[in-house]
Design a protein. Structure first.
Length: 94
């Protein structure tokens, strides 16, 4: 039930129990739908490269919720930059 909810809206992760906020499959589904859901993920999953990459690819701003080590990771920055660039392109009038 929670997995279905976070697949619809990643923000639903904030209402999940601590166990589910630490469940890799649930958190990955949430951040793929809405990168900001990383804010509700467990500390352990904020250190998980795959989860963080999925979050910043969906929403570059999610980088602020990643572990310090992953915030310094060049691959994570590249993914966040790519996401931000894509967003910028979508906002260009024309």
């Amino acid at each position: 039930m929670v997995l279905a909810a976070v697949q619809r809206t990643g923000a639903a992760l904030q209402f999940a129990t601590g166990n589910l906020q630490g469940d890799w499959e649930v958190v990955l589904a949430a951040v793929q739908q809405g990168g900001g859901a990383l804010a509700s993920a467990s500390t352990v999953l904020r250190e998980d490269r795959e989860v963080v990459l999925a979050a910043v690819q969906q929403n570059w701003r999610a980088i602020e919720f990643a572990s310090v080590a992953l915030r310094r990771d060049p691959e994570v920055w590249a993914a966040a930059s790519s996401s931000a660039f894509s967003l910028a392109l979508l906002s260009v009038p024309g």
